[in-house]
Ligand binder design. Sequence first.
Ligand SMILES: Cc1ncc(COP(=O)(O)O)c(C=O)c1O
Length: 364
Amino acid sequence: MKVPFVDLKPQYQSIKPEIDAAIAGVIENTSFIGGGIIKDFEKAFAEYIGVDHCVACANGTDAIEIALQALGIGEGDEVIVPAITWIATAGAVKNVGAEPVFVDLIEREFTMNPDLLEDVITDQTKAIIPVHLYGLPCRMPEVMAIARKHDLYVLEDCAQAHGANIDGKTVGTFGDIATFSFYPGKNLGAYGDAGGIVTNDENLANTCRMICNHGQPKKHVHKMIGRNSRMDTMQAAILNVKLPHLTDWTKKRQQVAEWYGIYLPEEIKRPRVPEEYEHVYHLYVIRAKNREEVLRLLDDAGIGHAIHYPTALPFVNAFVYKDHDKTDFPVAHQLSKEIISIPMFSELKEEQVKYVSKVLSNTI
Ligand SMILES: Cc1ncc(COP(=O)(O)O)c(C=O)c1O
């Protein structure tokens, strides 16, 4: 049996007539940028998350940069980010001229450890970016309490966590502003690059919208120097078809996680989900001290895998100038050596999960 790490085809097959019609409609109308389809998506996604405003943009990296700019963050400012996340989170901070400051993780949850935040807050700190990594919400009540105490903005990076929530409160609604990626493999994925920014603050939403479109509140009025970060209409049309299915696809991911919970041998460390926290399993990440051996066995058995991410950010080349030692981020450093993402997508079958689990039980 072969088990791919992820396979986007079965999902497309299941909604093919709707998707094909949506794409054909955009081509028929030859309206490729902007228009009602983008507005429909922004409205529907804002409703799905439970916020007043959504600004569609070109990708999840731009979304973070634009949100930071809209908050007025730049040169001389510091922004706290977790030591393990996709490079985009910290890269966006650098790209607006600010400095990312890393904080270590909660070992069993892979998310920012709020107990360590106050150690790294300085007079330059302007914001915290909690990342709901792999689909599990960060400890948001604790993060928000510290942010409010120190008068810091909170930008939630929800790229991997569409619909994740804490006791029914969806991620993206805790902080001042939040960003999403709709990269094809994400829980809600377009058929190319796409991203979004959500907030309840109308002024922030308007500023983001302006930045996304060359600083124009209306045509040929440039209040500021923005950029081109528009979501293209084709992607919005696809996302409009897919969004109503997201809840069902999330339930299926959770079912797959439940099967792993049943079939994986107990010795294998898997994510801990705090009570009242709903994980949406963008990724299912286990840990193995003998990772090289486990990866070889998975390869031999035809099972796809990945590592998110093999080097904690303080130690990637782009940040060596910070001169961090592994003892500065002991949890992130250790996790980066042990984590393995195993197959996870909505259409995985119970038999496939059993097979992956059986192969993994040969590695302990
Ligand atoms: C945590 C996180 N932040 C930001 C991004 C950036 O999103 P995009 O690839 O759409 O630019 C990603 C995408 O992988 C991500 O996983």
